[in-house]
Design a protein around this ligand. Structure first.
Ligand code: GCW
Length: 682
């Protein structure tokens, strides 16, 4: 039902297997909660809500552990010596946000203890304990410790103040500015619950293409109200800072970061924000990118701009996240090289509360991109990852694409910056270069649609992003399975095929949109559907023809030594692989090379045939996703079953649209017939 659509992965439906349900009931007799902070109150509410749903009985609060099988919740300092001595060594294994779930004995009676160094750790423990039940795991002799590997795990909302969402495909913005601060929509609370359940601890609530009005008292009052809702869930609020705000809302003549009045304006602004929101996280800034104002407007550079803002928030413990998504119309040789060229020379010059936020690839959130060469190239600067959860280039909220597969591929990529094993995950969690702050951001796919994300399966991308933000070394397969169990059903006959469908969906979209390293050939502006022929935009680097460079000889962007030499931005070990046509992974081939139509790939087929076969494979994959889903009706409520069915149908049609449009267009250059197994365009 619509209810189920809304509840995300926190369904808390009664455990179907009666043996398991009875066992859970017998092992959880009551709750003993220690402490009464807002976060602990929240944890109690959640555990009671979860258990009453899953077990089907209200589990009541008890004063002590005299009866066995209590669920004890409390932070380290709230535990008495008898309890504490059961978990002494575990506390050494967790950090400030980590948690412990352990079966303990007190006077010969067994209990389950959920504890942590902090209250927020207890809340994370509660959500993870509920996950055990939601996924039908056994709860005997528990001994779990877990901690997040990355400090800042956040969503970036590209939400405008008029409630439109840039690149948002799930309705309007959640934030009802008109009714705030006094009206608190239940959605804000459920949003916080969902985020806390996966460990997200920060949110930038407004668009990076920023409106300075958010920094006026009228809006800050509303932001303060949201911060108050999120606080018990461990979620800090951050805002984007429009660089020209001192002019637009401050009445100054300039926003030059070297101007004393400008510096002072930001200092006072920061003080004003922190007076309202003492745990305010800091600023996210898009400057001198796609027309946004920035320090370069005044002949200054990124360091000057970032450090000025960093100095303003430093006294309050705030940070500045400075985005590296820059590319200029004045240097159109290779857009992929620009962020690196502009930022790497500044390594070591940023204040220690600045973190540079880098997209996963050097172009822009394509179905597949090699990892961004900045990762590993700025050892003195903490770099945070920016993934896109909203599917700007991947079929909006219409196509089913399980993104954690993409995230995992990037996180596992080896930068070789400090030798083999210097993976992107290790760069961003700070372990390679010993950074104190580390971060990861996901551009949210959330809006006010009943199901939050437009496509029921897009919920898995929000969920999976959070899980990987907590621990970037996890396997996306495990995450898919957990999500399916929590969101739909624990029935193996459902889990197995649907999990396979999810795992295959990312390769499917690559195949039917941009196989073999093609990229940015979506139609222009909206980025939905194919547009490889578009070549008339004012900026050359916005035209799809700029990216695929198809001609009668072949197709692809030569970024090797013989071309733009973007490969030189990678470590020598990586550059060597990408540079060499014979060794370059075929999945990235046309990203790095212009290849002749007759070139033979590893399958023995020519490039032209291989390209056509990939497009067909993508279509076939979506067809089999449809077949799989059509068999799942008995396991899923009608509303969600039908929604997914209709969406997969559209996806199938559109996969063919992509195949036909791209092949017909490229065929003009290749001048070759389609292989037999490729369906003829109609
Ligand atoms: O992907 C592009 C989008 C813009 C976006 C920009 C960015 C917020 O097309 O809509 O602007 O990236 O990341 O700044």
């Amino acid at each position: 039902s619509a209810q189920e659509d809304y509840k995300l992965w926190l369904q808390y439906k009664k455990v179907q297997d009666t043996k398991i349900a009875t066992n859970y009931h017998s092992k959880i007799n009551g709750i003993v909660a220690l402490g009464n902070s807002e976060t602990i109150q929240t944890a109690i509410k959640e555990i009671q809500l979860g258990l009453s749903g899953l077990i089907g009985h209200q589990i009541t609060l008890q004063k002590n552990t005299n009866t066995e099988n209590m669920l004890i919740l409390g932070n380290q300092s709230s535990l008495d010596e008898a309890v504490l001595k059961n978990v002494k060594s575990e506390f050494d294994l967790i950090n400030n946000e980590g948690y412990i779930i352990k079966t303990i004995q007190l006077k010969n009676k067994k209990h389950i203890l959920i504890t942590a160094k902090t209250d927020i750790g207890v809340l994370y423990g509660v959500f993870n304990f509920l996950k055990l039940l939601q996924t039908n795991q056994q709860i005997e002799n528990l001994a779990i410790t877990d901690s997040p590997r990355i400090n800042i795990r956040m969503l970036n909302h590209w939400d405008n103040l008029d409630r439109t969402v840039e690149r948002g495909y799930a309705g309007f913005s959640l934030w009802n500015w008109q009714k705030l601060p006094d009206f608190i929509d239940q959605r804000y609370i459920d949003y916080a619950r969902a985020n806390a359940s996966i460990g997200i601890n920060g949110t930038v609530i407004n668009n990076v293409n920023a409106n300075a009005l958010i920094l006026t008292p009228q809006y800050l009052e509303k932001v303060e109200a949201l911060a108050k809702v999120f606080r018990p869930y461990g979620i800090k609020v951050y805002l984007t800072a429009r660089f020209s705000a001192p002019i637009e809302i401050g009445g100054l003549k300039t926003a030059d970061p070297f101007d004393a009045a400008v510096k002072n304006w930001w200092k006072e602004k920061a003080a004003e924000i922190y007076a309202r929101i003492p745990d305010f996280g800091g600023f996210l800034v898009k400057a001198n990118s796609e027309g946004q104002p920035g320090p370069q407007n005044y002949g200054r550079n990124h360091v000057d701009g970032a450090n000025m803002l960093a100095d303003a928030v430093a006294p309050f413990g705030g940070i500045v996240m400075w985005r590296a998504f820059v590319y200029s119309e004045h240097d159109v040789n290779d857009r992929a090289k620009q962020a690196y060229s502009e930022f790497v020379p500044y390594d070591g010059q940023f204040r220690n509360n600045v973190i540079v936020q880098v997209k996963n690839g050097a172009i822009d959130f394509q179905p597949r991109e090699p990892f961004h060469p900045m990762f590993g190239a700025m050892p003195k600067t903490p770099l945070m990852m920016e993934f896109q959860i909203t599917q700007e280039y991947l079929g909006f909220s219409t196509h089913l694409v399980y993104l954690p597969k993409l995230y995992q591929e990037v996180l596992e990529s080896d930068t070789y910056s400090k030798g083999k094993g210097s993976t992107v995950a290790k760069i961003i969690d700070g372990t390679v270069d010993n950074h104190k702050i580390s971060g990861i951001a996901g551009v949210a796919n959330i809006g006010n649609d009943i199901n939050w994300t437009g496509h029921p399966f897009a919920q898995a991308n929000w969920y999976g992003f959070g899980r990987l933000a907590w621990n970037p070394y996890q396997d996306s397969e495990t995450i898919a399975e957990d999500w399916l169990r929590m969101t739909f059903s624990n029935d193996e006959k459902f889990i197995k095929p649907v999990k396979e469908m999810m795992l295959e969906s990312r390769e499917a979209v690559v195949n039917y949109m941009t196989p073999l390293g093609l990229h940015h050939i979506m139609d222009t502006g909206h980025h939905y559907g194919p547009g490889p022929w578009v070549s008339n935009l004012s900026r050359p680097d916005w035209n799809p023809t700029y990216y695929h460079k198809a001609d009668t000889k072949g197709i692809g962007f030569d970024r090797s030594k013989t071309g733009s030499n973007a490969t030189a931005q990678y470590s020598p070990e990586v550059a060597k692989i990408f540079d060499d046509v014979a060794n370059c992974p075929e999945k990235d081939l046309l990203w790095f090379h212009h290849i002749s139509w007759d070139y033979k790939l590893k399958n023995g087929e020519t490039l032209w045939n291989s390209l056509a076969l990939k497009y067909q494979e993508g279509v076939n994959q979506v067809e089999s996703m449809n077949t799989t889903w059509n068999k799942m009706e008995q396991y899923v409520d009608q509303v969600r079953f039908k929604e997914v069915q209709m969406l997969l149908n559209i996806q199938h049609k559109e996969a063919k649209w992509w195949r036909d449009a791209c092949l017909l267009y490229f065929q003009q250059y290749s001048g070759k017939e389609l292989p037999k197994s490729v369906e003829k365009p109609t």
